[in-house]
Write a protein of this length. Structure first.
Length: 87
């Protein structure tokens, strides 16, 4: 099993874009018992990857309860780094 942050990056690499909620849904089967697989932890991981140039914001929207959802996608640089270091 990969470390959770690696799994998050590999998931983002496999989809056009994803929000923290999307990531949690996709990974909860394998990582559901991890304390970091909660909204705040995943959001922090995505924001850190964004600051390191691996991800960028793709778009955002509001749901019916007016909660903001930010969607991220992998950058070209991020794809090369993920492929290079995470097998």
């Amino acid at each position: 099993m990969r470390p959770l942050n690696y799994a998050i990056l590999k998931h983002l690499e496999s989809v056009p874009f994803a929000s923290p909620t999307d990531v949690i849904e996709a990974l909860k089967g394998e990582y559901g018992s991890f304390k970091a697989l909660r909204f705040e932890g995943v959001r922090e991981s995505l924001m850190t990857a964004e600051q390191n140039g691996l991800l960028e914001e793709d778009h955002y929207d509001l749901d019916d309860q007016e909660n903001l959802h930010i969607y991220y996608r992998v950058t070209d640089y991020g794809r090369s780094m993920i492929d290079k270091y995470i097998k």
